[in-house]
Design a protein around this ligand. Structure first.
Ligand SMILES: C[S@@+](CC[C@H](N)C(=O)[O-])C[C@H]1O[C@@H](n2cnc3c(N)ncnc32)[C@H](O)[C@@H]1O
Length: 209
């Protein structure tokens, strides 16, 4: 799986790369955040993590909201693309870093756990066995108590065989997070990417207990 992803970046076979912030994530932070019931300011004394960040647009969007952000990706090419893309954006935030790292093994910067993490198309890129349980356990390890994990769940398309992307369900996220996280928000976005049928994405927010 890892080698395939790294190769995908090298040969520019990255169909998931929207080249912009996910509209559903923009909507949540800019229009619906009141519904989550947690102050964004309360997360600013910590850092945000975007694992499997790809081009890094979602990471930069978080940073632009005043939260220092780290985007990591296993692929050095992805990190190179993310750095170049950021540098090409007028008014890009400066409170952001991109680093080539393995989500499952990277050392926490300064031994500090994150106050926020955003996960989009990372969960569905991982073969369910054995990675989903490890994914949930790792987020529990790297997010501090009270910190948030925002998941844009995709693709919610039942029990389709094979992947990536592997089919996901809200229950699949709950199953690997509920030991350490409380789900505080669950709603379909109103703005869908043009190529996404309504109902294939859902925004889920979990709070680390
Ligand atoms: C489907 S892509 C999604 C990229 C990005 N989130 C986006 O929406 O454009 C999944 C990304 O996860 C990265 N990845 C795979 N395994 C990883 C790991 N163990 N640690 C960090 N990144 C990983 C891949 O290199 C790839 O860029």
């Amino acid at each position: 799986m890892d080698a395939a992803r790294i190769k995908a970046w090298q040969v520019k076979a990255t169909p998931w790369d929207a080249g912009d912030v996910q509209p559903a994530f923009r909507e949540l932070l800019d229009e619906r955040w009141d519904e989550v019931g947690v102050s964004l300011d309360a997360l600013k004394d910590g850092k945000a993590l975007v694992a499997g960040c790809g081009r890094g647009c979602d990471a930069a969007f978080i940073a632009a909201h005043g939260i220092d952000t780290l985007g990591i990706d296993l692929s050095p090419t992805a990190i190179d693309v993310a750095k170049k893309h950021l540098a090409s954006q007028p008014g890009a935030p400066s409170n952001i870093a991109f680093q080539q790292a393995d989500f499952f093994a990277f050392p926490l910067p300064n031994d500090e756990r994150f106050s926020l993490a955003f996960d989009y198309t990372f969960f569905c890129a991982l073969p369910p066995e054995p990675f989903r349980k490890q994914w949930g356990a790792r987020y529990a390890e790297v997010i501090r108590p009270g910190g948030l994990l925002i998941c844009l769940a995709y693709p919610l398309d039942g029990n389709r065989e094979g992947g990536p992307p592997y089919s996901v369900s809200e229950e699949a996220y709950d199953a690997v997070l509920s030991d350490h996280f409380e789900k505080i928000y669950s709603k379909h976005p109103s703005q869908m990417a043009e190529d996404r049928p309504v109902g294939r994405d859902k925004m889920l927010v979990y709070r680390r207990q």
